[in-house]
Design a protein around this ligand. Sequence first.
Ligand SMILES: [Zn+2]
Length: 96
Amino acid sequence: MPSLSGLPEVPCVRCGRRVRGLGWAELCPDCLAERKVRARRLASRISLAATVLMAAYVALRVPPTPMARLYGAIAIVATYIIVRRITTLVAMEYLK
Ligand SMILES: [Zn+2]
């Protein structure tokens, strides 16, 4: 059934609810929000684990000079941010 905007109403892939303006094989806003919550939770766990590993590596392997410690700290923060962002993107694609 065509909607007011002229676009066909497409059912959500997951719950089957028909939402106006939704593309084929897309999730409705409710399912998308739920998936986002789960993706963020998973991403924070994985990035925390990666950060702990990176911190252990920096503590054990990086020489104790101030400059090396500074770069080590930057690497730890960067690891957290990058792993979290990548994991969130991947989880948004592949979570059920
Ligand atoms: Zn849905």
